[in-house]
Ligand binder design. Structure first.
Ligand code: ACO
Length: 457
């Protein structure tokens, strides 16, 4: 695709990706209606096995049914690897713990999008591209005027990312991978500008433009919290804590929002349209909105005077309809490795900022109770990435409604890399699942004067 940021070093680094296209393993046999069908088994880099059912309907007339996709692999991907049983997460083969300790969000973003750690030259070029593209088109400013001050920033973010695609030529069209590097950099850089502008707008505050001298995360904090007459005091521990949160959210294989991005990308929609759809999918409280829901839950517990005991009892009573937000995960049946890192960072940043947050005490107590309670043990429910991240964001001074936005900013490299994977695949087809119809069998049209009101109407 002639991407400018691909270089000789990338070719030399191909071994780091250590990816394959899925080796073919032993065949699976399926007995149906007295006949035996063979289905190929595909084996991933880490030995994960998948039964390929691509030809199932054609050969047998059957489809598979997997509501919620718990056992369905929708694609092959070489971006992230998760071992949910053992609490392992790697980006392009590199453990999340190593990246959290040694890398930055922007270096990790490059790794995720381009498949290898950048050389100095590549990183500089990438950073320059982000800086060159950080300003929104000036006319975009007027779009912010149309939102009520009560609008949730995720609604603004999604709308404005989509609106951005109207301003850039060459983005639309089939297989719109031309100038991918610029569009990818524009999206990573501008999502942060849009997020900060939407926050300032919601508070009736003047917009603060990005500064060329600041690095990515510092610039976001500057746009959020500086005033026209006084620059925000950029504390290194705050910048580092937020950068770490972005990094830890950067990708997470086929979660709901990434799968949405791939779904939209499979129609060959443009990158901005795909990312905008990703934001909508991320917004819900069972996904990226959980960080906001966790802090609201902790705050409610605190205000009620409960130490968490009554709340845990309510969660276990299914009639209450309550969940322990920030707990549980479709893939992890063990401690989410990101939650471990965030918990440590939380203690660290609160200590450095000299903040004592009662919500952190409640969170720790809830975790302790839950990890020793048979309800949570039997269901393998552990803290996920959202359980402690909100407490760090509170300490930084971010309002709760911005928490899912922080997640979206962090997840952008993952969405872009997944978009690229779909676009680069010459065999990519439109994503189009089947369904099992369970509605009425053939009915006939009844004229309106022959219909009777049902008792409930
Ligand atoms: N609190 C209490 N019970 C829970 C929780 C929870 N947080 N999560 C799951 N359960 C229970 C379910 O009620 C169910 O119990 P049952 O077997 O008696 O019916 C069982 O555990 C399995 O739950 P499912 O809903 O089938 O699990 P699923 O994999 O579909 O959902 C999810 C995963 C959405 C993350 C769920 O655990 C949840 O709602 N957690 C709280 C919200 C949250 O923290 N979301 C963030 C996820 S991470 C992310 O998106 C970044």
């Amino acid at each position: 695709m002639g991407s400018q940021l691909f270089s000789e070093s990338e070719k030399n680094n191909q071994h780091q990706m250590n990816c394959n296209n899925g080796n073919v393993g032993p065949e699976a046999k399926l007995e149906l209606d007295g006949k035996t069908f063979t289905l190929p088994v595909v084996v991933g880099t880490e030995g994960e096995r998948a039964i390929s059912i691509a030809s199932l309907r054609e050969t047998t007339g059957y489809i598979t049914l997997d509501e919620g996709y718990a056992s369905t692999g929708s694609c092959k991907s070489s971006i992230s690897y998760i071992d949910g049983e053992n609490g392992i997460l790697r980006y392009r083969g590199i453990p999340i713990e190593e990246l959290a300790e040694k890398s930055t969000f922007i270096e990790t973003a490059y790794l995720i999008i381009y498949g290898h750690l950048p050389t100095r030259r590549e990183l500089r070029r990438f950073s320059d591209l982000l800086t060159e593209n950080q300003n929104l088109h000036e006319d975009m400013k007027y779009h912010f005027e149309g939102f009520p001050s009560t609008a949730h920033p995720m609604a603004i973010l999604s709308a404005m990312i989509n609106a951005s695609s109207c301003f850039y030529a060459g983005l639309n069209g089939p297989r719109n991978v031309e100038r991918f590097d610029v569009h990818a950099a524009r999206l990573i850089s501008q999502v942060r500008t849009i997020a900060a502008f939407s926050y300032r707008k919601s508070r009736g505050l003047p917009i603060i433009y990005p500064k060329k001298a600041y690095k990515y995360t510092a610039n976001f904090l500057h746009m959020m919290f500086s005033d026209p007459y006084e620059d925000y005091d950029l504390k290194p521990e705050v910048v580092r804590a937020l950068d770490l949160l972005f990094l830890l959210h950067a990708d997470h294989e086929q979660n709901c929002s990434t799968a949405t991005v791939r779904m939209v990308a499979s129609t060959q929609a443009n990158l901005f349209a795909c990312a905008s759809a990703g934001v909508c999918a991320l917004w819900g409280p069972l996904h990226g909105g959980a960080n906001q829901a966790v802090v609201e839950m902790l705050d409610e517990i605190y205000r009620s005077g409960d130490d968490g005991t009554k709340f845990i009892a309510a969660v276990k009573d299914k009639k209450s309809g309550r969940r322990l937000m920030g707990f549980g995960h479709r893939v992890y049946r063990n401690y989410d490795p990101r939650a471990k890192i965030i918990k440590r960072a939380c203690d660290d940043v609160l200590a450095k900022l000299n903040i004592s947050d009662p919500l952190l005490d409640i969170a720790k107590r809830l975790e302790e109770v839950a990890l020793n309670d048979s309800y949570f043990i039997e269901r393998k429910l552990y803290p996920n990435v959202d359980f402690y991240s909100g407490i760090i964001m509170r300490a930084i001074g971010l309002p709760v409604e911005m928490f899912p936005v922080i997640f979206a900013i962090g997840r952008m490299p993952g969405w872009i890399a997944n978009f690229k994977e779909v676009m680069d695949d010459p065999k990519s087809r439109i994503y189009r699942p089947r369904q099992l119809y369970v509605g009425p069998s053939l009915q006939h049209y009844v004229p309106i004067d022959k219909r009777s009101d049902s008792p409930a109407a």
